[in-house]
Design a protein around this ligand. Sequence first.
Ligand code: DQA
Length: 145
Amino acid sequence: MNILVINGPNLNLLGVREPDLYGKQDYTALVALVEETCAQEGMEVEVFQSNHEGAIVDRIQAALGTADGIVINPAAYTHTSVAILDALKAVNLPAVEVHISDVSQREDFRQVSYAGMACVQTYMGLGLEGYRKAILFLKDYLQHR
Ligand code: DQA
């Protein structure tokens, strides 16, 4: 089982960026958590981060034929990007959405998730633990679909 974990803009600044919202652990800690979880579960993983919408679309497209599923935190593009939604629909791979913060309790403009419309599950407000839950969910989903 081979999965792709995608992180959108400003998530490279985890630990520095609004720590009250996103926690004190940095992006390297997030990558380590993802890689350790996947290793424990016997899954292969590639972790990708970009601040650029088109690069994220390109990476989703490249997953076609190489990955079995996707975990994605599109960050701010969650609330704006029809292109990322369309890319997820185009490759038609099971995708799980993650948000570190609880976007349901934040500003009105964060209340829509375009990417979420193409995802089989969403975890939010659980900090980095949400990524672990998303990976475990995706493994189970891929095994039982
Ligand atoms: C986020 C929530 C988004 O609204 C925000 O733009 C982010 C991070 C989260 O993980 O909580 O950059 O996706």
